[in-house]
Design a protein around this ligand. Structure first.
Ligand SMILES: Nc1ncnc2c1ncn2[C@@H]1O[C@H](COP(=O)(O)OP(=O)(O)OP(=O)(O)O)[C@@H](O)[C@H]1O
Ligand SMILES: [Mg+2]
Length: 236
């Protein structure tokens, strides 16, 4: 059984069709990239998968279980964690406290939450910044902090929305290393990304959206020579 199945998902906002009959799946242990021009519906689809949007039509299952109708906290409890395209860091709290917010959703014990948070900061390469105010971290560090906070929910599937945007090439490499380490822990990753040099080399599969519709789904090599994909990107 696939870890995630998205079947015929349509999401309308009034007359606008943000996701139009989208189907794809994520197998266990895979890194799947979700790409497409601005406004293609990538974040909307994430919101449907993580319980922030209810799809207008279609169904979404994690491990065979319906996600449709669950609230974001319930999605988190069944194993779906995410980062946000616009960072939601608690800037005046320390890096450690930010990750504890995630950890405390699973266990109401601050000592355990703190040790889990420190372990995850180490995992994403932020151990030495644990006691710094999160707002004083660089953009690249704040992205990894958001990933650590999502990992504190001990997800089966991690959704990352543009965690590489605006990073320099060495920071992109750091972000790529973190994604590979996450998969190494057996966590599947679904990644929305415009930074193709970050996602293409590491993805098992790439799903391409354009104007809400899926226009391609295949290996990075297959997708990058697909004429519809090339046209969608050149037309942007
Ligand atoms: N809450 C909302 N209400 C109305 N329209 C929305 C809402 N959220 C998204 N949209 C519209 O849905 C479409 C898809 O937006 P979405 O944010 O999913 O695109 P995206 O692929 O994530 O784009 P980007 O690469 O710029 O982040 C856009 O036309 C957007 O304006
Ligand atoms: Mg988006």
């Amino acid at each position: 059984m696939n870890l995630l199945d998205v079947k015929h998902v349509t999401k309308r906002f009034g007359g606008l069709v943000a996701n139009d009959d989208v189907s794809f799946s994520v197998e266990r242990g895979q890194i799947v990239g979700l790409i497409g021009p601005n406004g293609a519906g990538k974040t909307t689809l994430f919101n449907c998968i993580a319980g922030y949007n209810a799809p207008t039509e279609g169904e979404i299952r994690l491990d065979g279980r319906m996600v449709h109708g669950l609230a974001p906290e319930q999605c988190a409890r069944i194993g779906i964690a995410r980062t946000f395209q616009v960072a939601r860091t608690f800037t005046s709290m320390t890096a450690c406290e930010n990750v504890m917010v995630g950890a405390l959703m699973l266990r109401r014990n601050t000592v355990l939450a703190r040790s889990k948070a420190l372990e995850l900061l180490e995992f994403v390469g932020l151990a030495r910044h644990a006691e710094r105010a999160a707002g004083s971290l660089t953009v690249s560090e704040q992205r990894r902090l958001a990933v650590a906070r999502a990992l504190a929910l001990e997800p089966k599937l991690l959704l990352m929305d543009e965690v590489m945007a605006g990073l320099n090439p060495s920071e992109v490499r750091d972000a790529v290393d973190v994604v590979l380490k996450i998969r190494g822990q057996g966590i599947s990753c679904l990644i929305v990304e415009h930074v193709l040099e970050g996602i293409m080399p590491i993805a098992d599969r790439i799903v391409v959206l354009d104007y809400g519709r899926k226009i391609a789904d295949g290996t990075p090599a297959e997708v990058s020579r697909d004429e519809r994909v090339i046209a969608a990107y050149l037309g942007e």
